[in-house]
Design a binder for this molecule. Structure first.
Ligand code: UPG
Ligand code: MN
Length: 721
């Protein structure tokens, strides 16, 4: 008998694999030669400090390069066929889904935007009775609760409207910006107005007086008895639940992971759906069919037994054409994650994934685990433990049930339990997604990356240099918390079922912040030596020079090939090098400092939510591809210092080589300095030529000049001694 057609297909990209592997092979020969050249030169004469620093940088770059090849070894592309799934299964047979949406700060994450995300999720193309949306409000803000009630009101029109007319755009804000619909459009405007009035009536207090650190637990299931009682509204509606967990300064709240675990428990009592979709408050559902697409993997009997989650890429609605800050995270979502699809699957990426509930219980909840043991792991609620065994959907939410959910959302509940350690989203790192996903993969769970042509979700990308770099610092600090712990991918679970390549991917991310070392060394030491006429690279006429040139040119070409193969313009290649240098010198460095301070117990790690609102000025800069240098001094000064230093050294060093005729020996360093300045040209522009508000403040330029001068003086003393 012929096998039924599959719901999904995942195929290797043979062409990419051939290109990647040939490149990797030749490049590793070149790198080995470079290391051989350096080591053999050390035998002839004792290396100087600058030479040792340059060599250490080269070694770190080589190790990271080698690890990064794991992402490129077996690239895959997956497809889904939801129509086949729907032929086989009717609505009753589709599994239920709980959608978790987190918000924390009503100023950075305006309640109206959260409302739009919630409505887009409620209106997904999925049987309404199988969909429950849970909103976690870590701010405990009255205005957010109010906006959720309004979202519920409006959803009663919005959801049936979308279903009846097969509307593609299910985020109301976006829909009404494109299309007119008198009745509904007015309804939406009225909701917007109500939220504004509500805020105004409290004289702004609702936004100012919320207290993220101290508030009681609040759980509210949105329902409208009057409507159901008189039977006017027969349309089935997804459920909407507002949860604001208790916050108390004497308990650590574990940021987003803590919020997600509360939703996990509360939803267990109410809908207990076998699958969970996690969204950040700015990640709207763009393609309403994403749930069915995800189910094409989750229901497939061939792969579902150990499939933990289906990850969609994070995509953004506010990217400009230039995308100067690499907001699209191209290399992550278009190269690395598809690369991991050929291994055990992509890393968990915070938002836009469909997770199997059972996977988050890990191996603790088994058929034969007894009641008392489960309570030791999961806490004192009998009801919660009972709900594990019965996969039932609670249609009425009694006041007793609500009481229990408030208990589950209290600070004390997790005391002495395994939440965040072995169950649910894990707490040890600020990068809860990466760490949770790593643990799942260690236990043998798989994941799938699915990147449909129409984006499943659209979020808000950072459009300010400062926000981008600080967000990156938090991510890297989170990765390093894992690296510096017993869970470091280098050593943890070596006996687990994770393949070598998959592990290399995790190790790469865990060591990636170490790029900070080569970037700082190679942007300062060869330049200082250029000033003093000390060569660090072979002469142009020396055949070893070829090895260095080969490595540089080939990595540039490979990057270019990769950019073009993901359908991006050449400009992206250049942009990415710039923002990478900035991230490596700022985000990796700050992330490293924070992680080390945390390790020494000198600083608390903190998850400051990223700003999702931008003023017109900020948007204009961003849209025009102009860097906005209105950034904190800590972020900006190091960048400007590096550029100033390179300018001074290039000018003085080049003059010197002309005078003493040492161009042949110094070419490598002249080129390096020149390359840094070319890539970072917008910094020079912002420092010298720009007159607008986004220019580099003169105070920062002066401070940077002073730092560069001191570095050159001290550096010269050390070099000459
Ligand atoms: O104490 C907190 C802090 C944050 N959040 C929520 O977490 C989400 C992500 O925060 P955001 O400020 O947008 O951080 P990003 O760095 O943009 O988030 C990326 O990186 C995070 C890991 O650090 C992932 O969790 C996210 O999904 C991913 O989009 C937002 O919805 C927040 O409301 C909370 O619920 N509680
Ligand atoms: Mn975000």
């Amino acid at each position: 008998m012929e096998a039924p057609p599959p719901y999904n297909l995942c195929n290797p990209n043979k062409k990419s694999a051939i290109i990647n592997r040939s490149y990797a092979l030749l490049h590793s020969i070149a790198i080995t030669s470079l290391i051989f050249y350096r080591l053999s030169s050390f035998f002839h004469s004792t290396p100087s400090l600058p030479l040792l620093l340059a060599f250490t940088s080269e070694l770190i770059l080589s190790v990271l390069w080698l690890l990064s090849q794991a992402f490129l070894w077996r690239p895959f592309t997956c497809q889904t066929f939801p129509e086949r799934l729907l032929q086989d299964k009717n609505d009753d047979e589709l599994p239920a889904i709980d959608v978790f949406i987190c918000t924390a700060d009503p100023e950075k994450e305006p309640p109206l935007e959260v409302m739009n995300t919630v409505l887009s999720a409620m209106a997904m193309d999925y049987p309404a009775e199988k969909l429950s949306v849970y909103v976690s409000d870590d701010g405990g803000c009255g205005l957010t609760l109010y906006a959720m009630k309004e979202a519920w009101e409006f959803s009663r029109y919005w959801v049936p409207f979308c279903t009846r007319f097969g509307i593609k755009t299910r985020c109301p804000k976006l829909y009404f910006s494109r299309f007119d619909d008198e009745f509904l459009g007015q309804g939406y405007e009225a909701e917007k107005e109500k939220i504004k009035v509500q805020e105004a009536e409290s004289n702004g207090k609702m936004l100012e007086e919320f207290n993220t650190k101290n508030h009681p637990a609040h759980v509210e299931v949105m329902q409208d008895e009057s409507h159901n009682a008189n039977g006017t509204n027969q349309v089935k509606m997804p459920r909407l639940v507002y949860v604001s967990r208790e916050k108390n300064p004497s308990y650590h709240h574990h940021f987003k992971a803590g919020a997600l675990n509360v939703l996990f428990r509360v939803s267990n009592m109410i809908s207990n759906s076998p699958y969970i979709l996690v969204l950040d408050c700015d990640m709207r559902c763009n393609d309403p069919t994403s749930a069915k697409q995800a189910m094409c993997f989750h229901i497939d009997p061939k792969i579902n037994s150990n499939l933990a989650f289906v990850q969609f890429p994070q995509k953004f609605h506010n990217l400009s054409k230039m995308d100067i800050y690499d907001g699209q995270l191209r290399s992550t979502f278009l190269v690395k994650w598809p690369g991991m699809d050929g291994l055990q699957g992509p890393m968990l990426s915070g938002s836009g994934f469909y997770m199997k509930r059972k996977a988050l219980y890990r191996d603790i909840v088994q058929e034969d685990t007894d009641f008392t043991q489960l309570k030791q792991y999961l806490g004192p609620s009998n009801e919660l433990v009972k709900s594990l065994k019965s996969a039932k959907y609670n249609t009425d939410v009694t006041s007793r049930l609500l009481e229990e959910t408030r208990f589950l959302a209290s600070c004390k509940y997790e005391e002495g339990t395994q939440w965040g350690k072995q169950v649910g989203f894990l707490y040890m790192s600020l990068l809860e997604d990466y760490f949770t996903g790593f643990n799942l993969h260690c236990e043998g769970w798989k994941s799938i990356f699915y990147n449909p042509s129409s984006p499943a979700f659209l979020g808000t990308a950072t459009t300010k240099l400062n926000d981008t770099l600080l967000q990156g610092s938090r991510w890297n600090c989170g990765a390093l918390q894992v690296t510096f712990s017993r869970f470091s991918p280098l050593i943890y679970g070596l006996k687990s079922r994770m393949s070598l390549l998959q592990r290399m991917c995790y190790v790469y991310l865990s060591l990636q912040p170490f790029y900070f070392f080569p970037i700082w060394c190679l942007a300062t030491i060869p330049q200082l030596c250029l000033l003093h006429g000390i060569p660090l690279y072979p002469k142009v006429s020396n055949s070893w020079f070829m090895v260095f040139s080969y490595i540089f040119i080939m990595s540039q070409l490979k990057h270019l090939e990769e950019v073009l193969s993901t359908g991006d313009p050449i400009r992206t290649w250049w942009n990415e090098q710039r923002i990478w240098m900035m991230k490596a010198s700022i985000s990796y460095t700050i992330g490293m400092l924070n992680a080390v301070l945390k390790l020494l117990g000198l600083k608390e790690a903190n998850f400051v939510p990223t700003n999702k609102v931008a003023d017109d000025e900020q948007i204009t800069f961003y849209q025009n591809g102009l860097f906005n240098f209105q950034a904190s001094t800590v972020v900006l000064t190091p960048l400007i210092t590096l550029v100033t230093l390179n300018m001074i050294c290039l000018a003085a060093g080049a003059t010197r080589t002309i005078v003493d005729g040492s161009f042949n020996a110094m070419f490598g360093q002249i080129f390096l300095s020149f390359y840094v300045l070319m890539v970072q040209y917008p910094l020079i522009d912002g420092m010298i030529f720009r007159k607008d508000k986004g220019r580099v403040p003169t105070s920062v330029t002066l401070l940077s000049l002073a730092i560069s001068a001191s570095f050159l003086c001290f550096g010269s003393l050390i070099i000459k001694s």
